[in-house]
Write a protein of this length. Structure first.
Length: 128
């Protein structure tokens, strides 16, 4: 594994820690440890900037899908300051994964996320 690939994998691991944070305090800390202060998150349902708004998007996803967690699918693929990876939202009860997608992230020199560009590949009817 190259140092560059390791950098991408560390950033993606922190990203999933933020998306799977257990409570509001943990979420705020995880977002601050993952994104730059002016970092962005954009997907078909959201387009936000800054830690507070990113945390609100994550909290809203957990409100819509209680008892679910995000997990990566496949390997992280990255070069320079950009990486891409797949993910799915999995029920902790029955293992079903009604939501899946693919994200592209850009990093700053310290390995913090400057921007996330998310794509939804699988969404249950009425969820989007």
């Amino acid at each position: 594994m190259s140092a560059n690939t390791e950098r991408h994998e560390i950033a993606v691991a922190r990203y999933f820690e933020a998306w799977n944070a257990g409570d509001a305090d943990e979420l705020i800390k995880a977002v601050a440890a993952t994104w730059t202060a002016d970092g962005t998150y954009t997907d078909p349902l959201a387009d936000v900037r800054g830690h507070e708004r990113i945390a609100a998007v994550i909290a809203a996803a957990h409100e819509q899908f209680p008892g679910f967690s995000f997990r990566p699918t496949g390997a992280v693929d990255g070069h320079h300051d950009t990486a891409r990876f797949g993910w799915e939202l999995v029920s902790e009860t029955d293992g079903s994964a009604p939501v899946a997608g693919f994200d592209v992230i850009t990093l700053d020199d310290e390995g913090l996320i400057r921007g996330v560009y998310g794509f939804l590949d699988r969404v249950p009817p009425g969820a989007a």
